[in-house]
Design a protein around this ligand. Structure first.
Ligand SMILES: Nc1ncnc2c1ncn2[C@@H]1O[C@H](COP(=O)(O)OP(=O)(O)OP(=O)(O)O)[C@@H](O)[C@H]1O
Length: 436
């Protein structure tokens, strides 16, 4: 059981403190802006920077974007015209700007300000995992942390910022635009290259014993050259570790595998990610989400209408892995036969190979689903396949996140991550860094 927070940190008080903190920053920001406007002094920008603060005594500009105050470190571009709001999910808000990096190049970067990172232990653990994985992953198709900071002092630590390379537009936005304008921008070649890169990244992720658990178009970004990056590792976890607490958050339901939603809740494996790849591949082909169920029952119906109901063998596994009650529930649903995928997708003129791959991905029984190592060798991807350039992780990632911690202990752990963050050559440079 999680220990209770001290009284002064009851959620309401905590929230109130967060809001006051935001308010103070807003006021400071406005005051600085006004003073800059009155003097009209070009050099005023220097004065807008805060005093050195945070664990590394960096200086910050406090910039408002969509009513949210972002602490942007000295050295990053803070010209409002160059700052773009990319979006906000349940766990943070993201902006795009640029910064001169340690290798001398200017890069577009995405700055994510975590939303109330230490609100409760689950939330705090999610932030911890995301930060940990963004530092561990080193792969062309996976986003990694270029900077990790807070403007706060340790005794008043509330805000966490993670900087990653700007990875292009999200696949969600691209697909939505296709639908909105009724015009296809993703060609067959694009689709194949996208699927190849997702599977190439998953080969690495799974070899590190990590399950992503949240693969969906919104977590995949594409550059103008069609280079793909997997974003967002907040829901990822180590394979061996059981974790009941986060199950409720897992994945946008449409891309979730049946064993995650219905029958193996806590013991699913990395094959759950392969189901998500199947859903994404079918969506790329048709332009529409494959299983857009309004609720879990509707979702189940859509899945079984296409993939067929569980057969006797799978029902026995469900009974053994879960319970006979679960088996009975599954049996109470209407029974469907698996459809012929070639016929279902015929209107989109698919190649035999893409249909064969989707059929092998969208298999109800995870033990019979294609693995990432098999998928990357599938004939559909042969055109891009280059085994010597499809790296596996060189070790299993230890997330150090299995023990129960209070949100204050998670906060301490995140503080340590920020303190010990090792900057890359592609990380934004800190002015005067070379002299430090
Ligand atoms: N490095 C990046 N490059 C390009 N776009 C990014 C980058 N990081 C985040 N984004 C975009 O910013 C938006 C917000 O991202 P964020 O991870 O906070 O939310 P989300 O994934 O939409 O939601 P949730 O975290 O609730 O699943 C998304 O549209 C995402 O595609």
């Amino acid at each position: 059981m999680q220990s209770q927070p001290p009284e002064s940190y009851e959620p309401n008080t905590w929230l109130q403190q967060q809001m006051e903190h935001e308010q103070q920053k807003k006021l400071a920001d406005e005051a600085k802006k006004q003073s800059a406007e009155t003097t009209g002094n070009e050099e005023e920008e220097e004065d807008v920077l805060s005093k050195p603060c945070g664990p590394h005594k960096r200086r910050f500009n406090f910039v408002m974007v969509r009513n949210i105050t972002f602490a942007i470190p000295e050295g990053y571009d803070v010209d409002g015209a160059n700052i773009e709001y990319l979006g906000g999910g349940s766990f943070g808000n993201v902006i795009k700007t640029s910064a001169v990096c340690r290798d001398g190049l200017r890069r577009w970067v995405a700055i994510k300000k975590m939303r109330e990172p230490f609100f409760d232990p689950h939330h705090a653990r999610r932030i911890f995992r995301e930060i940990k994985l963004l530092q561990l992953m080193r792969h062309d198709n996976i986003i990694c942390a270029l900077d990790l900071y807070t403007p706060d002092e340790e005794n008043d630590f509330r805000d966490v910022y993670v900087v990653t390379e700007f990875a292009g537009r999200s696949l969600y936005r691209i697909l939505k635009q296709q639908r909105d304008y009724g015009r296809r921008v993703l060609t067959e070649e694009h689709i194949k290259f996208i699927i190849y890169q997702i599977i190439r990244a998953l080969k690495y992720i799974h070899s590190a014993n990590i399950i992503h658990r949240d693969l969906k178009p919104g977590n995949l970004a594409l550059t103008d050259d069609s280079d793909l990056m997997i974003l967002d590792f907040g829901l990822a976890r180590s394979l061996e570790k059981k974790d009941t607490t986060l199950t409720q958050y897992v994945q946008t339901r449409w891309y979730r595998s049946p064993e995650v939603i219905y029958w193996k809740i806590d013991s699913y494996t990395n094959l759950a990610d392969m189901w998500s790849v199947g859903c994404i591949a079918a969506e790329l082909l048709t332009g529409e989400p494959l299983f857009p169920g309004d609720d879990v029952n509707a979702q189940y119906q859509r899945i079984t209408q296409l993939c067929g109901s569980p057969d006797e063998e799978l029902l026995t596994k469900i009974e053994n892995d879960n319970s006979s009650a679960m088996k009975a529930v599954i049996q109470s649903y209407k029974v469907y036969k698996r459809r012929n995928f070639r016929e279902v997708f015929a209107a989109h003129n698919p190649s035999d190979d893409i249909i064969d791959l989707i059929e092998k991905l969208l298999v109800l029984d995870p033990e019979k689903r294609i693995t990432v190592e098999e998928a990357i060798q599938h004939p559909y991807l042969a055109e891009f396949s280059l085994p010597e350039d499809e790296p596996r992780a060189d070790h299993i990632f230890d997330l150090d996140d299995s023990q129960a911690r209070t949100r204050f202990e998670w906060r301490d752990a995140v503080w340590k991550e920020i303190m010990n963050y090792r900057r890359l050559s592609s990380s934004p440079s800190i002015p005067g860094e070379a002299d430090r």
